[in-house]
Each structure stands twice: as C-alpha cells, then as structure tokens.
Write a protein that binds this ligand. Sequence first.
Ligand code: DC
Length: 214
Amino acid sequence: MTVIAIDGPAASGKSSVATRLARRLSFAHVNSGAMYRAVTWEILRQQIDPSHPESIEAAVHRMSVDSGFTEAGESFIRINSEMPDLELQTLEVNQNVSPVAAIPAVRSLVNTQLRTLAEKRPIVSEGRDIGSVVFPDTPYKFYLDASPEVRRQRRAAQGLHDSIEKRDKLDSSRANAPLKIASGAYVIDTSHLTLEGVVDKVAEILSKSGIRPA
Ligand code: DC
C-alpha cells in the first residue's frame, strides 16, 4: 500500500496540490473532505437535524455506501445510490460539515472507505487526519498551511462562500481526530508559493524517498 498524506486547514491548497501531484505520479486522488461533504449532503437531503448526533448516527448506520475511482483516477463516493458533485460546495454543506464530521460513526464510515480505496491503488489522499489517524504508518506525510487572509482570498477567488475560520476552529478543537500536524509530516506554508511551486516542492521531497513519476 502506498499513501501520500496531505493534511491542512480549509483552503490551504490541499485539493489542487493533491490533484496535480496524483496526476504527475500516476496515483489516484482521494479527497476525504468530499466524503464528509457527501455524508453531510445526504443528512440534509433526508432533512435530519444536523445538530442532532444521535439521529445522524442512526442515519449513518442505515446508509448504503460504496466508493471507487473514476477513469480519471479521482475517488468518488455513492450514498444511497446518489453521487452528489457540485452540491458538495454549497453554503449549506459548508455550514454543517464540521459538526457532522465530528461524529465518530461518520468518521468510521469515511475511514473504512479510505482504507479500502488505498488497498486498490497507490493514492494521494488529502484531509485533516490522513497522516495522523487514517494512515499513521505512511512515511509520506505533508501538512499544507497558509495565512487566514490568503485562504480567505482563495475561497473568494473561487466564488465560494465558506466560513473557513469557523470550520478550522471546529475541525481542530474536536475530540475525535482533530486537525493537527502529524508526527513526521513536512510542513509547507503555501501563502507565497504558486500551485506549481508547492507541487514541485512536494515532488522533490518524495523523489528523495524514491517516489517518482513512472
Ligand atoms: O477538505 P474540505 O474543506 O472539503 O473538508 C470539509 C470538511 O470535512 C472539513 O471542514 C472537516 C471535514 N474533514 C475531516 O474532518 N477530516 C478529513 N480528513 C477531511 C475533511
């Protein structure tokens, strides 16, 4: 199993970096945040109160879930036969994903999908706890950061409404698998780097450990 773990706060550049790095290395890209968003979207779709952990837990136990890779090497998750895509970036999902992701049953569901996908192909996986909890034994761990101001600007440039500081606070203060720098992770501040610059930096570090484009 080969896993490159990329963690960091919201809008630190994880998704763009992970996507490009995966393409460069011919690895698959696994976006764990999209899985938490998909569960949140399904909870909202079922009109379950997102502030009621017991109801969410019961709904999670009833969910039929499967995941895999698209031909382009992107992970997908299907919940109760639905595969949300653009819906995952809506304001409603942004506002509710952190509390939903803090629920142990939700984390367990997502972690099972992530570990199953990693058995199938080498992956670049991004999230909050990929290097600390999901794949603690991988030697390839990165933590991307950027100043709150730069992160706010990035979201605005994407035309997305996102309460990133509120999410970061919730994501890093929860009891279960909080956002933190995994032991052994390379920390990269992306505030003043271009996207290609970050990908180059990560690729350079990986190449020293023998992970290179095929
Ligand atoms: O990466 P993202 O911003 O799309 O993630 C959305 C939310 O999902 C994030 O605010 C917290 C949660 N998440 C998590 O708890 N653990 C992960 N490994 C990835 C995301």
